[in-house]
Design a binder for this molecule. Structure first.
Ligand code: KG4
Ligand code: ZN
Length: 337
């Protein structure tokens, strides 16, 4: 049987990415991280769109060249439809539509969140559902009961900031820079996570999260100290903050898995790259004989391999999308009751 060749395109935020799959097998992928935002301490939406415009053509060309394929070899296109920055999504979606029209091949609009969840299984021909997914990114902190592909139940979510957002905001407070998550992770390795006990929020009889109080607490703590103290204890403060986030995420996830009787846990999204979260979840799941899936580091943050991989699964069961599909900046997973 001829396995379809699928081109994946991802432009939802500040990574311009393309990937080529044959069936469920990854042939090649490239993720170009836009550096222009570093000077501004955060993603500037207008610059993100401009950079996608500049980078997407060369990134797709690079993937095809590395895999030794031509444009004409592509059988279908999978592109991120949302959620994300409106202008950034439009660049990828318009490019994908143009290619689909020019090559007369089907187009699939992919939900970026589903991409993150199933990034754990890139290259595999089976998906080990059901499982509990902890989705932790810059925009999301959710516990999702994944019954099967496309069938989800929301178990809990943040009531304010997402976990990644908390990392980014606290990094800014500490003057560490951008992107905050990876930098806090890195400097925490030289610090003591027991240096200061920051508060952990929880809600009785709910699996919800809250991180804005923690962020305020870090701010108040910094204000009370002098600059020299902060400077010399930066790794300790970062590690103590990180421990508070990881503590809440890991305990809540384990409790939900226990209560739902699920013996598989999947980490997904940018914060799933956090070394302490990975370490803690490994320890806790081993203690309780729960199988833990953590995405390969290159598939934690935004990439097109997860989008092309979802395209493969969509094409098995769904009709292609129309070429007039819109970008959905606030696209959600659809949760059953
Ligand atoms: O999934 P992602 O690439 O983009 C969204 O869809 O949001 O996640 C980006 C988020 C950022 O907030 C970033 O700071 C965080 O993931 N992040 C991390 C780490 N690597 C990325 N947070 C903590 N530790 C990390 N190692
Ligand atoms: Zn993402």
């Amino acid at each position: 049987m001829h396995e379809p060749v699928i081109l994946g395109i991802e432009t939802s935020c500040d990574e311009t990415a393309a990937a080529l799959f044959r069936g469920h097998e990854l042939l090649h992928h490239i993720t170009a991280t836009q550096l222009v935002h570093t000077a501004y301490g955060g993603v500037v939406p207008e610059y993100a769109s401009r950079e996608h415009n500049k980078l997407l053509g060369p990134v797709i060309k690079g993937v095809l060249e590395q895999a030794e394929f031509n444009l004409q070899d592509i059988d279908s296109i999978a592109v991120t439809q949302g959620p994300g920055l409106a202008g950034a999504l439009l660049v990828g979606l318009s490019y994908a539509k143009g290619l689909a029209l020019g090559l007369d091949i089907p187009l699939y609009g992919i939900n970026h969140i589903e991409g993150h969840i199933f990034a754990n299984f890139i290259g595999q021909s089976e998906l080990p559902t059901p499982f509990l997914c902890l989705l932790v990114s810059g925009g999301h902190t959710q516990l999702i009961h994944v019954e099967s592909i496309h069938t989800y139940k929301l178990i809990g979510q943040t009531r304010d900031d997402a976990a990644g957002e908390a990392f980014d905001k606290v990094a800014r407070l500490l003057g560490i820079g951008y992107p905050g998550g990876p930098l806090i992770d890195r400097i925490s390795r030289d610090g003591s996570r027991n240096f200061h006990h920051f508060p952990r929020s929880s809600f009785p009889e709910s699996y919800d999260f809250s991180f804005s109080g923690l962020k305020t607490n870090v701010l108040q703590y910094i204000r009370k100290q002098n600059a020299g103290f902060i400077h010399s204890h930066l790794p300790d403060i970062a590690a103590s903050f990180q421990e508070a986030v990881v503590d809440v995420l890991s305990k809540q996830t384990m409790q939900a898995a226990r209560d739902l009787g699920l013996d598989r846990i999947v980490l997904a999204g940018g914060v799933a790259a956090n070394s302490r979260l990975r370490e803690r979840m490994s320890e806790l799941t081993q203690d309780e004989s729960i199988e833990l899936f953590q995405p390969d580091l290159r598939y934690c943050t935004d990439n097109a391999a997860m989008i092309a991989f979802m395209g493969y699964w969509r094409a098995l069961v769904d009709e292609p999308d129309q070429l007039n599909i819109a970008a959905f900046p606030n696209l959600k997973l659809s949760f059953g009751v």
